[in-house]
Every structure is written in C-alpha cells, then in structure tokens.
Design a protein around this ligand. Structure first.
Ligand SMILES: Nc1ncnc2c1ncn2[C@@H]1O[C@H](COP(=O)(O)OP(=O)(O)OP(=O)(O)O)[C@@H](O)[C@H]1O
Length: 430
C-alpha cells in the first residue's frame, strides 16, 4: 500500500514536471514564432532604411540654402514617390538593393508598344514614353548596346542614381537589365525640354518670371547634387536640353550621375560635356570640378536671358555686351526679342551680373550653387512681394469704386438710400 502511494506520488510529480516543461517550451516556441514574424514584417522597412536616399543626414529632398518651399513638400515627394511605385509593383517587379524597382523587359516592351513611342534620341540612346499598368506615364531611356558598361557597373550606377532624390531632379524610378539591354526609367516630364521652349517657334515664348523660376529650380537641383548628395555629384553636362519641365512648368535637371564616355568632339580626346557649355579651365586642365558645372549653369542663365543658343554665338554676344556694360548695367540690350520688352530691367541686370560671374574664366571667381540659389530666390521673393503690394493697391482702388459708381449704380433707389444712410450712422434713429 505504502509502495503504491509513493509510486502514485512519483507519477504525479513526473507528470507535473513534464507538464510544466511542455508549457514553458510552448511559451518559448510561441514567442520565437512571433519574433520571427515581426522580423519578416520589418525586413522591408529595414531594406528601406538601407536605401541611401539621404543627404548629409537630412531627408534627401531638403531644400538646402533657403526655406522657400513649393507646394510639394520634400517628405511627401519621397513618400508619395515610393507609395506610387509600390502601388505599381507587379509580382514580377523587384526592388533592388538601392530601392529602385527592377522591371522585366516584357513589361516595358508592352508599356512602350514594343518600343515605338519614341520621345527623343540622346547620346545615350533613344528615350520612349511608357504607359505603365498602373496608369502612370514614365520615360524609358534605352542605353546604347555598344556601351562599354558591364552588368556590374550598370548595377552600381543604378544604385548610385537611386540615392539621389530631389524635386528639382528628374528622379530615377526604375531600371531594366535583361536581354543584354540596359534601361533607365525616369519620371515623365510632360512639357519637354527647356531648349524646345526657348527655340521652338511653335511653342509660346517663356515669360520673364518663368525664366527666373526655371533658373532657380535648376540652381536648387544642382545645389543638391553639389552640397546635398553624399558623395557629391558633378553633373558634367548642364545645358538647356538637359533641363526638363513638368506639367506646371517647374524645371528639373536630367541626365545627372550617368557615367559618360567621350561625348564631345572626336578631335578633343577625353573631354566630356557639350561644346558651348564647357568650362575653359576644364579644357586646359582636364579636371572637372563643381565650378565647371557653375560655368555651364552661367551659360544656361545667359540662354534664358537672351534666348540664344550657345552654338549660335551666345557667348560672343555676351562678351560684346559685357564690354558695354562693364559687367553692370545695360544687359537688357541682349534680352530675348521674344520677351517683347516685357521684363524688369533691374532684375535682368541682376541675373546677367550673376551669370557673368558664373562664366568667369577663373573658376575661383565663380560663385557656388548655394550663393546662386540665394541671389535668385531673393530676386523672386522681392518680385512676389511687389506683385502682392500691387494687388493690394488694386484692391483698394476696387473698394473705392462703389463710391465713384454711386450715381450710376444699378441698385434700386431705396437700397442706395439705405447704404448712404448707414454711412452716416450718427443720424440713424435706433
Ligand atoms: N524624363 C523624361 N520625360 C520626358 N522627356 C524626356 C525625359 N528624358 C528625356 N526626355 C526627352 O528625350 C530626348 C532625349 O533625351 P536625352 O536626355 O537622352 O538626350 P539629350 O539630353 O537630348 O542629349 P544628350 O544625351 O546628348 O545630352 C530629349 O528630347 C528629352 O527632352
């Protein structure tokens, strides 16, 4: 009997121990499972965190030198961009390590109607308009197949480009590397290039204010590349055909950060860039600096002022004018005839003086993009302040109008009497 009861006690004890051990094991199993799940869930955000879309620790879209913001907030630019692309992800599309979407060749083939929707042809190859399944429109740049760039270099380039996001850059949103083809997919800029607006007589001429706004947009894009991107990016080919305009005529810099083989003349070896925009110091020293971009930007500013192409003697024209103006007043004589004299002479002189500094032969004397942004945003702010003041003055005149119109007002007689009475409140009986 004794033996029986001690056996029972031992049995119960073993049962309790096994039960407790299983409960503890089950608890840890459940915890482990939940942890794993949450880690899987977080992996996409961790991947997002590794996407180097940052600039000096700040959001990459941070406006660097002044606080004037457009309607598009920097944060929303990235987030909207990302969510827009995530919405468009087909099962077959892949987000690469850089956070840039990799598209299958056949999707792009379909979106470009078998590569028949040509927008233009650049030195890198043809550019097509593509209608994605999401309904969004993008531009697909097919890089020339004879490019010496290998697969690894292309991936590196995509990764580098994927880091650069700014509202004044034509941002890269995807790529394709299939069938020995390399393609880059960009935000579509519906109003085309600045060059077309300056030189295509079929398009309406750009007014003066729009030209300053475009100059500022471009300056901000370049300022980001020079001072915001880590590591900094030198564009190397700033020109009016590389400035693209969106639906609301805001400008963005295109073609940045692409590795370039020889792009200019067959006669000058190893020179990259476009004649007419090339920094003379770069030609003599063969070393390209941020200030070489500033030189090209100065030429672009003169293009906006004069509406003349650098390949059609723009800088000769500028040099002649510089002799007369002694670098100060009188620049209006080179003003674009398509402006029909509708510009503020003082503003044009300010912009031209700035442009003249940018094209200084000695790179040290050229301003940096940050200073340029500040000068232009000051001009634009002053302009807006003036036009608000004018609007207010106009409002006052309009408010005064009823008094002038009283005798001719179509109001019924008794109403007019009422309003006249109320103006003389002392005489009203309460
Ligand atoms: N994102 C885009 N949206 C709309 N049009 C574009 C876009 N990217 C390029 N284009 C158009 O495609 C054409 C070719 O552009 P691309 O940048 O390849 O060459 P380019 O700048 O004209 O010349 P280059 O390559 O010699 O600098 C241009 O007319 C340009 O306006």
């Amino acid at each position: 009997m004794r033996g029986e009861s001690s056996g029972l006690i031992i049995g119960i004890s073993i049962g309790v121990v096994i039960g407790a051990a299983s409960a503890v094991a089950a608890f840890f199993c459940i915890r482990y499972y939940h942890r794993q799940r949450s880690q899987i869930g977080n992996s996409s955000s961790r991947r997002a965190a590794t996407i180097p879309i940052r600039a000096n620790g700040a959001n990459s879209c941070t406006v660097l030198s002044d606080s004037s913001m457009g309607t598009e907030s920097p944060k929303s630019t990235v987030q909207n961009g990302l969510s827009f692309w995530l919405r468009g992800i087909k099962k077959s599309s892949v987000i690469s390590a850089s956070g840039i979407m990799e598209y299958p060749y056949k999707d792009l083939q379909k979106a470009t109607c078998n590569f028949t929707t040509l927008i233009g042809q650049g030195s890198f190859g043809p550019v097509y308009k593509a209608q994605m399944l999401t309904g969004e429109t993008v531009a697909v740049k097919v890089l020339a197949t004879d490019s010496k760039q290998g697969e690894k270099e292309f991936q590196t380039e995509v990764m580098l480009l994927g880091r650069l996001h700014h509202r004044n850059l034509v941002n890269l949103v995807g790529y394709c590397a299939e069938k020995h083809q390399h393609m880059l997919i960009y935000v579509y800029m519906s109003r085309g290039s600045l060059a077309s607006h300056l030189y295509n007589q079929k398009l309406e001429p750009l007014n003066w204010e729009l030209r300053i706004q475009i100059a500022l947009d471009v300056a901000r894009g370049l300022e980001y590349l020079h001072d915001g991107a880590v590591p900094p990016v030198i564009h190397r080919d700033i020109k009016s055909s590389n400035i693209l305009l969106d639906q609301s005529m805001r400008a963005r810099v295109a073609d940045f950060g692409l590795s370039r083989e020889e792009m200019v003349s067959k006669h000058v070896s190893n020179i990259q860039g476009t004649f007419g925009y090339l920094d003379p110091e770069y030609i003599s020293t063969r070393s390209f600096t941020k200030k070489s971009d500033v030189y090209s930007y100065g030429v672009l500013l003169f293009e906006l002022i004069a509406g003349r192409n650098p390949l059609q003697g723009l800088m000769e024209h500028v040099e002649l004018a510089a002799m007369n103006t002694e670098g100060k007043d009188g620049w209006e004589e080179i003003g674009d005839p398509r402006l029909e004299g509708k510009f503020d002479v003082e503003e044009m002189n300010e912009v031209a003086v700035l442009a003249h500094k940018c094209v200084s032969r000695v790179s040290r004397r050229r301003p940096c993009m940050r200073d340029i942004v500040q000068v232009l945003s000051k001009i634009l702010k002053f302009r807006h302040r003036q036009s608000r003041k004018r609007d207010k003055e106009d409002e006052v005149v309009i408010l005064d109008m009823p008094r002038l119109e009283r005798s001719t007002s179509p109001l019924p007689r008794h109403k007019r009497a009422e309003s006249l009475d109320s103006s003389n409140a002392d005489s009203i009986d309460v």
